[in-house]
Design a protein around this ligand. Sequence first.
Ligand code: NAD
Length: 273
Amino acid sequence: MTIHATTASVSTRPLTGRTALVTGSTSGIGLGIARALAGAGAHVVINGLGDAGAIAQTCRDIASEWGVDVIHAPADLTDAMAIEAMMAQATQAFGGVDILVNNAGMQFVSPLESFPPSRWDAILALNLTAAFHTTRLALGGMRSKDFGRIINVASAHGLVASPFKSAYVAAKHGLVGFTKSVALELARSGVTCNAICPGYVKTPLVDKQIADQARTRGIPVERVVEDVILAQQPNKRFATVEEIGALALFLASDAAGSITGTALPVDGCWTAH
Ligand code: NAD
């Protein structure tokens, strides 16, 4: 499905003519990033799971609001073959991907002894291995244009750890390491690779954690937010998807051409501890 622009692109928008693929962009941070990039003029490949009708409506909304083309690639990113099909779909629709945002992720919280091996495998596959596959498949096109932006949505948990999140912390630390390695390999090219490391952002992923913690601890949701979730975050507020989108937009711009190999915290001082 391709939703075509209904209004003329505005040439002053900095990403006009570029194509962005944002994994996990049917919800939360990914959707915020997709909107920010579309707002700057990029055509967008939306990826993620969810209700097909709602996703189609989201694509139409972004296309009509910003005058860009939007397609949905429904790939399950734990499946390498599905990732190959998604990258081929993007190439067929737009001739390649200029801005790749590896954002899709999931969380599972459990002591190590009872951590289900299937959850470990799924988290590593989605939060880390999927970025390897999308990146390796996007690089040829980026190198040929001598331009590319790879933005990996890691986490404060890519820089520091918390108990009971072993798979997530391992995957996010891995994603930060992957970011540095890719950036070094591409340092002499026009392709940059950076990680964004959010603290807590209010999205469905965090809403589920809040509900789970309230149930497990037998305390009200408000206390979970104050005493558990934001306990690590000194500014005591959630970051917004618009704030993460704005940083991704800057990293995607020409102005950020010398920023590569970094892991940028957006965490209200969490990792300054
Ligand atoms: P979310 O649950 O709102 O969105 C997750 C997205 O990933 C959805 O679009 C979902 O459909 C997609 N997805 C899930 N499984 C998939 C699969 N197998 N294949 C393809 N897509 C799949 O979560 P979010 O909070 O927006 O998180 C986005 C990213 O940000 C994740 O990598 C997460 O680890 C990271 N992050 C989130 C926070 C936070 O506080 N919300 C903090 C730090 C990092």
